[in-house]
Design a protein around this ligand. Sequence first.
Ligand code: LLP
Length: 406
Amino acid sequence: MSLVYKGQNLYIDSTPIKSIAKKNITPFYVYSYNKMRNNYQTFYNYFKKINPLICFSVKSNSNVSLISELGKLGSGADVVSEGELRKAIKANIKPNKIVFSGIGKTEQELTKAIKTGVLLINIESESEAKLINKISKKMRKITNIGIRINPGVDANTLSKISTGKTDSKFGLPKSNFLSFCKNIKKFKNLKIKAVSVHIGSQITSVGPYRKTLNTLYKIIKLSRINFEYVDLGGGFGISYQDKEKKIDIKNYSRLVDKFQKKLNCKIIFEPGRFVVGNVGALISKIIYIKKNGNKNFIILDAGMNDFMRPALYNAKHNILPVLKLKKKLIGNVEFVGPICESTDSFIKYKNYSILNENNLVAISDVGAYGSSLSSNYNTRPLASEILIKKGKVKIIRRRQKISEII
Ligand code: LLP
């Protein structure tokens, strides 16, 4: 993570969190540009040999400034709605670097994507292909599509973020894919350019990826189609806790190199979490501290509406005090939000350094699926987002006004 202590004070890169909090209402998201650039380049460098197109998965963090910064580093975008498509365009991502994914794209969304001329629309059913063909015909266009295959692979990740198993709603099962390929000629306004796959998120071992590549290779050969692109999706797991396993991308990149050589195709990736997961923190203030039974509840001004992952997936995100008081410890601590739901709880600790009301804390590694998953639940305004770049503090989304949601 980009958070470090200098003495007792918590910094993001070389900026003290305390100083950012003086000028901004908590809770707020803060991101490190340096860390994001580093992650992006690290990812790219693993695959340098094959010069892939990296389409940042906009759903992981849909802040237009961040997308635009990634665009300047060479990234394209993986979008799943008209809103995300428009954000990518606004962030100056060229249409020929945008892929449009999702199982339920509407006619309006598809029309917008076809008009924009995105690189690929990754279809997930034959009905969707029919609809794209119909719209394209009306618009006298030939639309480039990819076909998402459901490889029937278990990604060994949280069941709620696993997408590649046979009984999941995603992609075309192998047999349907092959029959679709046979019938493709009847869709006169479609051009089949790609095969795509995405088996899940927060995947920490290479095994499921290896199986997927093997399955893809076999089925591509069976289809007898020369696909220009293979879009291998995202899913690369990061470590949220000390010593937690993360994906060995180097190992995976060797497999992808071989795969690419055998098929001589261009490779697309759609990483989200790997690029932005560890670049951000959610800064929150302690409203109250109270003891119920033998538990010390630390009640924050950030709630599950601001950051959903713990409530939704039981995800563990460490919480760090912005000012670390050295001596005393308190036992049995639970950090909770202000919302009237038991699941509005962030994390528990057996021991924690002493805290006081009004102190600030940082919930760590919230750059991916943090602000993008936040909501107005309890009619609470969306938090602001701040980017630290070259020592400058820039507000990249202002805090929503309550009047805007009434
Ligand atoms: N491509 C497709 C088609 C996807 O559905 C996703 C994520 C990605 C790429 C990016 O996956 P990543 O590299 O970030 O793992 N809200 C959950 C994660 C949901 C992921 C949905 N799809 C979480 O907070 O863990």
